[in-house]
Write a protein that binds this ligand. Sequence first.
Ligand code: ADP
Ligand code: MG
Length: 255
Amino acid sequence: MSTVDTAALPVLAKALRLPAIARCCESLATTAETEGWTCSRFLQALLDEELRCRADRRVLRLISQAQLPAGKTLAGFDYTAIPGLNRRQIEALASGTDWLENGHNLLFFGPSGTGKTHLAAGLAFALAQASISVRYTRTTDLVQHLQQAKSDCKLPQALNRLDRFACLILDDIGYAQRTTAETGVLFELIAHRYEQRSLIVTSNHPFGEWDQIFGDQAMTIAAIDRLVHHCTIFELNTDSYRRKAALEDLQTTTS
Ligand code: ADP
Ligand code: MG
C-alpha cells in the first residue's frame, strides 16, 4: 500500500480551490483514523465542510452586495409601534421566498419616520441570509445611474444587470424625479421587472400623488398597474418613530 503524505493534502486542496478542505483536511484525517471512519465517511465530511463554508461565503457576499443601511434588521424592529402591522406576515415574507418567484412586489406607504426603510432593509437582510440576491437603492441614486446609462445608450444593459437581484429596493420613490428623462427610466425599470423580478418600494406619497413622480398621467397609471398587479401593500399609518423616540429622550432628560 502506498503511503499518504497528509501534509500534502492542504496543498492539493488549495490547488483545486477547495479552501475549507485545505483548512480542515489534516485534523479530519486524524479524527477519521482515530475513530476508524470509512473512506466514504471521511470524504463526505470533507465535502460537507467545503459546501458549508461556500454557503457562508455566499451569504457574506450577498450581504455586502446588497448595500443595505447599517443595523436595520427585523430583529431590531419594534412591531408594536405600528398598529395593524402583521408581524407574522412580515416574518413569513422574510423566511419564505415563494413570493419572489413571479416578481411579486411589496409596497410600503406611510409618513416619514414610520419605519419603511427599516422594514424594507430588514426584509432584504433576511433574504440575503437565506441566500437570495437583493439590492438596496435610494430611488434618486438609481434613477441617476439609469439616466446616465440611457445617455450612454446602455440602458438595456443596465436594466439586465439589475436582473441578477431577485429583489430590488426602491427606497423613497417620489423624491426629486424632475425631468421627463428621469421619470422615463424609472418607468422602464418597473416595466422591465414586471412579473419577472421583485421590487420593494417605499413611499411617503399615496398613489393619488404619484402623477408628480411620473409626470404624465398615462405613465403613472401604467407604472402603478404593473407594480400592483402582484403585490402586497403595507400602510404604516402611525406617528414618526424618530419623533416619538426624540420626545421620549426629551422627557427622560427633563424629568
Ligand atoms: P421611514 O423610512 O419611514 O422614513 P425609517 O425606517 O428611516 O423611516 O425610520 C426612522 C428611524 O426610526 C430609523 O432609525 C429606524 O431604525 C427607526 N424606526 C422606525 N420605526 C421603527 C420600529 N418600529 N422599530 C424600531 N426602530 C424603528
Ligand atoms: Mg425612509
